[in-house]
Design a protein around this ligand. Structure first.
Ligand SMILES: C[S@@+](CC[C@H](N)C(=O)[O-])C[C@H]1O[C@@H](n2cnc3c(N)ncnc32)[C@H](O)[C@@H]1O
Length: 264
């Protein structure tokens, strides 16, 4: 008798790695930071500036009471939270990996590592950020809520936030297009109607290394990103960053930033 085993195969013939196949506790936050954020790369500078102006523009047009924010798949990256800092009474740093959760807690409970100063300086080129008298570290300590969780659990929209970021997550946690789609949908469903958001994606990524571990990615471009975001936001603005020869590492072709507002 012939038994058929159901299994998703990549074009190469090797099995497709799903989010649940990865041991996320193996991400080493120190090495991740060393590879990505110890120095301020020009592409990150450009991305931060665009997100800063998007959020500042939103709150100038819609002044109101302080907001709740979420950064999904925060990793050991503080800068998405910093972009939301002036307007939030709390910012949930939502992350699956226990090692990254520990790093985020250390930043909330101690003081922010000094390499984040360069990122804050870029934000302070806008007066909304410069006006924060208590400074980024104190405000971050007050508002940051570190939470270990699974992005896919947000898909039902049972909890919602007023502003959100998701940087290099949906495409960098799986090799499955369906999981990528579900990751983006989960992020969008975690946002209140009208919420401003910023989401960044590695373009055509082949995966990435942290420490000695390889982590998966799905190859997506602007068409795939826009195709999904358009279901949730009418005013998505995509910008491409990065030029061959000046990328952060090998194995991707640039970064895509999507800014917009969640549909009503
Ligand atoms: C490529 S890193 C991006 C980290 C950070 N946002 C940044 O900008 O550098 C992907 C992050 O997603 C986290 N992650 C993986 N699967 C997740 C899931 N199902 N739910 C929430 N976070 C997840 C990983 O632990 C990792 O921190």
């Amino acid at each position: 008798m012939l038994f058929l085993v159901a299994m998703t195969l990549e074009p190469s013939g090797s099995p497709q790695k799903l989010n649940c196949d990865v041991d996320w506790s193996l991400i080493d936050p120190e090495d991740y930071i060393r590879r990505n954020y110890l120095a301020l790369h020009p592409d990150d500078r450009a991305i931060i500036s665009a997100v800063r102006d998007h959020f500042s523009d939103h709150f100038q047009k819609n002044p109101g009471s302080p907001a709740s924010g979420i950064d999904v798949g925060a990793g050991p990256n503080i800068y998405p939270a910093l972009t939301m800092l002036p307007w939030c009474h709390d910012i949930t740093l939502f992350e699956r990996s226990p090692s990254n959760v520990k790093y985020l807690e250390s930043q909330r409970d101690g003081t922010l590592d000094s390499h984040w100063d360069k990122f804050w300086d870029v934000l302070c080129e806008n007066a909304d950020y410069g006006a924060l008298e208590e400074g980024p570290a104190r405000k971050f300590q007050k508002v940051a809520k570190v939470r270990q969780g699974n992005l896919f659990d947000l898909v039902k929209g049972e909890e919602r936030w007023d502003i959100g970021t998701m940087f290099f997550v949906a495409e960098s946690i799986t090799e499955s297009f369906e999981e990528f789609r579900s990751g983006v949908s989960s992020f969008m469903n975690a946002l209140e109607p009208g919420a401003p958001f910023a989401a960044a994606f590695m373009e055509h990524s082949l995966g990435y290394q942290v420490g000695r571990e390889d982590f998966p990615a799905i190859d997506v471009g602007e068409r795939e990103v826009l195709g999904i975001l358009k279901e949730y936001a009418g005013d998505v603005n995509l910008t491409h960053f990065g030029k061959p020869g000046n990328l952060v590492r090998k194995g991707y072709t640039g970064m895509i930033l999507a800014c917009g507002h969640r549909n009503n």
